[in-house]
Design a protein around this ligand. Structure first.
Ligand code: IPT
Length: 268
């Protein structure tokens, strides 16, 4: 039996760790995993990837690419009658989903900076066409708003360390005392820019990442971040599909997984 995984760019740390976790859990159950990586971020490319997996006669589908509600509904309809689960959609999307709690993650990061006494807070968001990037960004704004604040500067990167580094220059020019970053790879680029400008982290500026990928504890300084438990997502998502394949009627269809703040050396 075979599970199909449509995945976001595997050169990014989070999708590759999710794919590894899916593969590990599926193997335990005696399932193969076949993967397809869409050519670009378009809905057409995602549909082509799904069609390719369906042609390989997969038994169930996991979709880990960002999809707006109507695109996800369209893909779910085309995948009928196979079980399909979406990992990067809005939690209110009209399809079965298993997503990390973006609002909680955003709030944890902002509240941590506020508790440390920071008030000039910068936001380095992910790409505007990513659902999870948008939800994190909205969560930051809402949490800042509750404290009567707005970001002192904002930018959008593309998830890569290079984009974090390039946007850091405009961000640091606004003299924030804390910056929330939408993923750890971009935070790595921000740390590099801070080092080049001789800004001591965390004395001069706190940096909070998002993901807690396997390397993040090894950044210099070790990164404070919001942990998304990719191993758990891999396990739970495969188990959800297995339940559906065995027609277990109790499987919920909109599951939100909690995230947590991991305090290391980049916040203070
Ligand atoms: C999300 C990661 O947080 C981000 O760093 C980036 O890798 C992105 O994936 C790629 O699509 S995690 C996803 C399950 C929302």
């Amino acid at each position: 039996l075979t599970l199909g995984l449509v995945t976001a760019d595997l050169s990014l740390h989070a999708p590759s760790q999710i794919a590894a976790a899916v593969k590990r859990r599926a193997s335990l159950a005696g399932y193969n995993v076949v993967m397809s990586m869409p050519e670009d971020n378009s809905v057409a490319a995602c549909e082509a990837a799904v069609a390719g997996l369906l042609a390989q006669r997969v038994d169930a589908l996991l979709i880990n690419v960002p999809l707006e509600n109507d695109a996800a509904a369209h893909i779910a309809a085309r995948s009928q009658p196979l079980p399909v689960l979406f990992l990067d959609v809005d939690e209110n999307a009209p399809v079965p989903s298993m997503v990390f709690d973006a609002q909680q993650g955003a709030r944890l990061g902002i509240e941590h900076l506020l508790a440390l006494g920071h008030r000039r807070i910068a936001c380095l968001a992910g790409p505007p066409d990513s659902v999870s990037a948008r939800l994190r960004h909205q969560g930051w704004i809402a949490a800042l708003h509750q404290a009567g604040l707005t970001p002192c500067v904002e930018a959008h990167g593309d998830w890569s360390a290079a984009s974090g580094y390039h946007h850091a220059h405009a961000i640091l020019a606004a003299r924030p005392d804390g910056v929330v970053v939408a993923n750890d790879q971009m935070a790595l680029g921000v740390l590099r820019a801070c080092a080049e400008q001789q800004l001591q982290v965390p004395d001069a500026i706190s940096v909070i990442g998002y993901d807690d990928t396997a390397d993040s504890a090894w950044f210099t300084p070790a990164l404070t971040t919001i942990r998304q438990d990719f191993r758990l997502l891999g396990e739970r998502s495969v188990e959800w599909l297995l339940a559906r394949l065995h027609a277990v009627p109790t499987a919920e269809s909109a599951i939100t997984l909690p995230v947590s703040l991991i305090e290391r050396q980049t916040s203070g």
